[in-house]
Design a protein around this ligand. Structure first.
Ligand SMILES: [Fe+2]
Ligand SMILES: [Fe+2]
Length: 183
């Protein structure tokens, strides 16, 4: 696959490895939920495509595609790769909207997430070597009830951030509230 060669150049070796693992996990989840496996694999593969861009490259994407300027702020250092990645997927690779959205939502989540976005979000967390115990539980749940697994994962994030005195992002909060109401 041509895109793999490009990804290899754009990402650090460790990030490329991570991307392959996430793609595999996304494919497994897709097969479990009778979703398009190829599409899930591709979305998982490229979800972090913008993570190793230089500051300059990130700035160019943000300016050229009218992304929110605050993405350039230090506090959004880890957030911008999701927004920029979605733009790269759309503009450079002409991928479908649902793949772009899955990339966009893979860090914070969003209440409009569809099955593909949920698959990528969870595959990013559970498609790793040597999972800690709490993520093992999230992984087991991902193959039973994907929404329940997502809820567990977000609650875990909330707790972790709380300990650091950081509040959950409003998008994540909305998603968690929606899941709590529905489940
Ligand atoms: Fe990411
Ligand atoms: Fe990732």
């Amino acid at each position: 696959m041509e895109i793999k060669e490009e990804l290899k150049k754009m990402l650090t070796p460790a990030r490329y490895e991570h991307s392959l693992r996430v793609a595999e996990e996304a494919k497994h989840l897709a097969s479990h939920y009778q979703y398009d496996e190829k599409k899930a694999y591709l979305a998982g593969l490229i979800h972090d495509i913008a993570k190793d861009l230089t500051e300059e490259e990130s700035k160019n994407w943000i300016e050229n595609y009218n992304l929110p300027k605050e993405l350039l702020e230090e506090k959004n250092k880890n957030l911008k790769h999701a927004d920029i990645g979605a733009v790269i997927a759309k503009e450079k690779y002409h991928l479908e909207d649902d793949i772009c959205n899955a990339i966009k939502f893979h860090t914070l989540g969003n209440e409009t997430m569809d099955l593909l976005a949920k698959i990528v979000f969870l595959a990013d967390k559970i498609g790793r070597k040597n999972l800690p115990e709490d993520l093992e539980i999230v992984k087991k749940m991902a193959y039973k009830n994907i929404d329940q697994s997502l809820k567990l994962c977000l609650e875990k994030q909330e707790k972790y951030l709380q300990q650091k005195g950081i509040k959950l992002h409003k998008d994540t909060k909305k998603l968690l509230a929606k899941l709590t109401k529905e489940l």
